[in-house]
Design a protein around this ligand. Structure first.
Ligand code: ATP
Ligand code: MG
Length: 357
């Protein structure tokens, strides 16, 4: 799918502007604080309904104004669509698809798909497991909407079980009567979550290995795996075997909410031993792989929005990543035009975007 045009009115520092990206690589370049990330943030709003900077609505409206609007025209399977979001400083939002109001966010998101990378996403490689779980769960949900329900069921049961553990001393009898049932239900649902994740990690693993093989000439070999793939019986025996520790901790100690994805580079944990450039390449490669998998499931590539991916990478990696994005629509931000390669350039200045020939 392709983003054909995006219009902004009073969005962040953009008073009024329109960008018409080409269907290949597009580079938004300019100095710091001119509106490069803001432009990507606006586009991604249509994929997720929310800002990837997790900003509050009010922060998205240009200082001193009380209304903002963004409008996206995109093509999917040769059909054009138009989406619009309006925000008011009273916290009201309005969504429109092809001119018709859509009441619920869940009906609005999903038609336009994008993969976003911003420097915060380095946390997927560099930090603790929760960033990786979030990445996995949201990527799977994009291609398999039923997975959202699976996650909801799991966290519903987890919440109940945690509340039993928390109130153990006040409600010992009801604890004794019900804990086994909750443990069984949790273990059964745990496998539904972990098996989807493990399957998705396999898909990522294949793609990321290919990407790295080409990029590093075979010198760097990444390996992804689900850290603790378990059967329902294994989950259950962990749960029943650790009740005393759980009562002490007042929470459930095992399950997909604690699981992780291991990311190795040449056999060692990338988080601990990877160089800055390796970690960045891994995070970006994960996002490219996410887009590849999305294409396999939906038939079309999502739009790739890459904020500041070129810094810290040597020339070989830059060239490789840009070539890896060949044939896809990509919008990249950069402070530096020379890193643009053969892409179409837009010069960004104080919330304006000028296409350069
Ligand atoms: P960098 O290269 O440093 O990442 P950038 O071009 O990506 O810069 P943006 O993050 O897009 O910069 O932000 C540009 C400017 O937008 C900043 O100066 C910021 O103060 C301003 N800004 C943020 N929110 C608003 C708002 N609600 N109204 C007006 N200006 C805003
Ligand atoms: Mg920026």
């Amino acid at each position: 799918m392709y983003c054909d045009s995006i219009q902004y009115i009073n969005f962040r520092n953009i008073g009024s502007a329109e960008i018409r990206p080409e269907r290949g690589v597009n580079i938004l370049y300019g100095s710091n604080a001119e509106g490069k990330t803001n432009a990507l943030e606006g586009i991604y709003m249509f994929a997720n309904g929310r800002s990837f900077r997790s900003a509050k609505e009010r922060e998205l409206i240009k200082f001193g104004e009380n209304l903002a609007a963004i409008k996206l025209k995109f093509t999917d399977k040769n059909r054009s669509h138009e989406l619009e979001i309006r925000f008011s400083d009273k916290g009201k939002r309005m969504f429109r698809r092809n001119g018709v109001c859509v009441a619920r966010l869940s009906e609005f998101v999903g038609s336009f798909r994008a993969v976003v990378f911003c420097p915060n996403h380095l946390s997927i490689v560099k930090e603790g497991p929760s960033a990786r779980r979030y990445f996995l769960d949201s990527s799977i949900s994009q291609i398999k909407p039923a997975f959202i329900k699976t996650l909801q069921r799991y966290s519903g049961i987890l919440e109940q079980r945690n509340s039993l553990l928390k109130n153990y001393y006040d409600h010992k009898t009801s604890f004794e009567e019900t804990i086994d049932v909750w443990s069984e239900q949790l273990a059964a649902e745990a496998v539904n979550v972990s098996s989807e994740r493990a399957e998705y990690i396999e898909l990522l693993n294949e793609r990321i290995k290919e990407l790295f093989a080409v990029m590093s000439g075979g010198e760097e070999v990444p390996e992804l795996s689900y850290s603790k793939a378990r059967t329902a019986e294994e989950y259950l025996s962990l749960l029943t075997g650790s009740i005393e520790r759980e009562i002490k901790a007042q929470t459930t100690l095992y399950g997909p909410h604690r699981d992780d994805m291991d990311i190795l580079i040449n056999g060692r944990e990338a988080r601990l031993y990877g160089s800055q450039g390796q970690q960045r390449s891994l995070a970006i490669a994960l996002k490219i792989a996410e887009g590849e998998i999305s294409k396999e499931f939906t038939g079309e590539y999502p739009v790739f929005l890459f904020d500041d991916i070129l810094s810290e990478l040597d020339e070989r990696r830059r060239d490789f990543l840009l070539s890896g994005l060949d044939g896809k629509q990509v919008i990249i931000t950069s402070c530096d035009r020379s890193s643009a390669g053969s892409g179409v350039c837009f010069y960004v200045k104080n919330g304006t975007y000028t296409a350069l020939q």
